[in-house]
Each structure stands twice: as C-alpha cells, then as structure tokens.
Design a protein around this ligand. Structure first.
Ligand SMILES: Nc1ncnc2c1ncn2[C@@H]1O[C@H](COP(=O)(O)OP(=O)(O)OP(=O)(O)O)[C@@H](O)[C@H]1O
Ligand SMILES: [Mg+2]
Length: 321
C-alpha cells in the first residue's frame, strides 16, 4: 500500500510545489526501487509542468477524478523517469467548484425529496418540536461529499506505488480538503512572514476537523520553514512558530529550507528536480536532510516505523554530523 503524503497550506507562493517536487526527487534517489505517483491537484498545473508532462485537450486530469468523469488509472501518465508517474492537473480544475455546483444542486433536490418522504412517513411523530428536530437531525446531508470527494478514488492504484505525493492549491476548499481526507501525512510549509502563523493555524484546524469526520489516520507530519533568510523578521516569526508548535504538540522540522537564489536556474536547465539532477548541490541536500528527518519520525511508513534508506545521499551522514 502506498504511503500518501500531501503538502498543503492555504497561502500562495509558500513553496508547496517546489517542496513536493524536490521531496519526490529526494525520495526517488533515496529509495531507487520505489515507485512514486505524483498528484497535481492545482489548476495552475505547475507540478505537472515541472515533470514535463503536457496535457492535451482530451486528456483526463484530476478534474475528471473529482467530477467522476474519469478514473485515476485513466489519468495517470508516465514521465521521463521510469519510477515516477504523474496524475496531471490543468486549468479545468478552476471550474471544479462551479461544475460541482450542478451536482450539489441535484444533491439538494434529492435531499429535499428524501426529507418530504420522511415527513410523510413520520407525520405522526411531528406533533412536537422535539419530534421535528429528531427528524431533521437524521443524516441526510446534501453536501456529504464536498470534503471527501476523492474517497476511494486511489484504491485501484495504491498497490502499484510505494509513495503517492500530492501538491495542493493555495486554498482550503474542496480540493485541498479532499486531498487531506485521503492522505496519511500532511507537511505544512510556511514562509516566515507576519501572517504565517494564522495560515498554519487555519490549516491545522481543518486537518483536525477532517481527522474527526473522515480520516482518523491523517497525521500532521510537521511544520516546515521555507525560503528562510537571515533577517530579524524571519527569526522572530520562526521563534513564534516554534512556540506555537511546541504549545500544541505539533512537530516543527529541524530542517529549515533557505531561500536560494541560484537553484531555480539549474532546475530549468536539467528539467528535473534539483534533488534528482544535482543531489550533491547544497540546496538539494536540505531535502535529503528532510527525508532523513521524516524517516526518523516514521513519516515514510504507514505504521510509523523507521526504514532503512538504501541509498543515503545526505553528505552529512558520512560523518560530518
Ligand atoms: N526555498 C526557496 N528559495 C527560492 N525560491 C523559492 C524557494 N521556494 C520556493 N521558491 C520560489 O517561490 C515561488 C513560489 O513557489 P511555489 O510555486 O513552490 O509555491 P506554491 O506554494 O506552490 O505556490 P502556489 O500556492 O501558487 O501553488 C516559485 O517561483 C519558486 O521557485
Ligand atoms: Mg503550487
């Protein structure tokens, strides 16, 4: 069964896509025989493009999976790397909420019909307010699959992969929630600016609701600082994020990813994550450190066990630590 790891935060530009991409690369290098599925759930399709996947007009995407017009298996495409497949996204996903409205309207209508039926069948009970309340409390919920629209969608392919990574859009609506509902672990990145603690708090609050309602197995992998730069503001924000994490018993990753100016250029030239193209690169090494840390916390294993990393490319592990 695949380990399902998502990277999510409702704020834009924090580095979700870059982190997903490089984590996938670092896992690919560290566990060379593992098979990885990368799921892009963002209409911007940045992760899809990063793996050089082109989506044609008639190709199935994550949109079809959400809409029920195609299966995950049908939408998966192979990439330049035999071990990595991609489930692409494109701008169609921008229309998802709108298109789902029609489905939602149909659900409302069926809910209404079901409610009327119940009223007719139980009319004798409705002689008191209590009786009415009881009836209305019955679980007929028109929005029932809003937060768990992907439930069961990956069952068919889970045995084909060791890891499934999900990149998410900068929102906390149906797409992100539905991804979280089927994830085992969520990594929550933040960029140390003044509003970042609020964003993380909102995300975690949603995670806790989804855990309670749909997915008790969902683990908060940890809070991950990205684009860290040596300034007073960053130091202050990081300090308050650590305090927040400590207070609430959430993990704060020791690995902090610095803001790098040079790496993007390399990424484009080789057309692959820097962790795959240049694993020795200083910036890439942070992701190998992150993989090591995730492994130590049992985040790469369904049962929370630590695994042996067959191909450990972390330079420090050779004795500098
Ligand atoms: N550590 C970093 N150092 C330098 N640039 C970075 C770093 N992390 C991300 N970036 C750059 O910041 C921009 C936003 O990153 P990215 O697209 O990964 O964020 P995102 O959270 O996925 O955004 P969105 O919410 O729009 O999907 C990109 O141009 C990316 O290359
Ligand atoms: Mg992104």
């Amino acid at each position: 069964m695949a380990m399902k790891i998502s990277v999510a935060i409702n704020k834009g530009g924090v580095g979700k896509t870059l982190i997903t991409l490089n984590l996938v690369g670092a896992i690919r290098k560290s566990f060379p025989s593992s098979k990885i599925l990368v799921v892009d759930s963002d209409a911007q399709g940045n992760l899809t493009k990063s793996f050089q996947v082109k989506v044609n007009k008639d190709d199935n995407t994550i949109y079809d999976v959400f809409m029920g017009t195609g299966t995950v298996k049908e939408a998966i495409v192979s990439t330049y790397d035999t071990q990595i497949d991609v489930l692409p996204a494109n701008a169609d996903n921008n229309y998802l909420e709108f298109d789902k409205m029609e489905e939602f309207r149909d659900n409302i209508l069926s809910w209404f019909v079901a409610l009327i039926k119940q009223f007719r069948e139980n009319i004798s009970q409705i002689s008191s307010i209590e009786g009415l309340k009881k009836l209305l409390n019955k679980k007929i919920d028109p929005s029932s699959n809003y937060f768990n629209a992907l439930e069961g969608a990956f069952d068919d392919v889970e045995q084909d992969y060791d890891f499934i990574f999900f990149d998410t859009p900068p929102e906390l609506k149906q797409v992100t929630s539905s991804v979280l509902t089927i994830s085992d672990v969520v990594i929550i990145p933040f960029e140390p600016d003044i509003s970042s603690v609020d964003g993380v708090t909102q995300l975690i609050s949603r995670v806790n609701t989804l855990k309670e309602e749909f997915n008790p197995n969902l683990r908060i992998g940890g809070i991950l600082a990205n684009k860290v730069y040596n300034t007073n503001v960053h130091a202050k924000v990081i300090n308050s994020m650590m305090k927040y994490a400590n207070r609430n018993n959430y993990r704060y990753f020791d690995t902090e990813i610095p803001r790098s100016i040079k790496f993007a250029d390399k990424l484009i030239r080789r057309g692959m994550p820097i962790t795959m193209g240049y694993p020795d690169n200083e910036f890439a090494q942070y992701f190998f450190r992150l993989v090591k840390e995730m492994n130590e916390y049992g985040l790469l294993d369904e049962n929370g066990k630590t695994m042996v990393i067959p191909n450990n490319l972390l330079k420090e592990s050779e004795g500098e630590e």
